[in-house]
Design a binder for this molecule. Sequence first.
Ligand SMILES: [Zn+2]
Length: 189
Amino acid sequence: MNSDEVIKEFRSSGALLEGHFKLSSGLHSRMYLQSALVLQFPNKAEVFGCAIAEKFSGKQIELVASPAIGGLIIGHEVARALGARFIWTERQDGQMILRRGFSVTPGEKTLVVEDVVTTGASTRETIVALQNAGADVVAAASIIDRSSGQADVGVPRIALATLDVRSFDPAECELCKEGTPAVKPGSRK
Ligand SMILES: [Zn+2]
């Protein structure tokens, strides 16, 4: 599955919108990504999961771990395709941790999977939580990397598609200067 095919699937399910958006951070952007809208279709999630898993065939991945909530569906699909176990981290008092009795075997070969990497923060925090539990985190992966390859998570990282999605301070937004109004994604006009 190449980058164009991934983007096409996102577009056709409304998971990738182009226009002039006001993000929850307050910044403006030409693009809005909501991967839940494509991952709501299990057959599409399965195709992305298999495409990520393919890149790690022969790497003896024993465990896939993802940050909740965004990474749950895709992480599960990758684990299924690799025949690996699947667990997740979640935030408690701001810290990404393993809960629910999840444990890791010392040196367990682990792949950390997220839906979309923006700054890489959630992937990085998940890697640290797994390493603290004794895992050998060998790589990280996502369906989309919107950092144009810039996010550094401390282990080798791949993405099925890489985008350069810049966001702007409203005072410096090109689209505001052109006079088009910014819309909040998900709201109907
Ligand atoms: Zn704007």
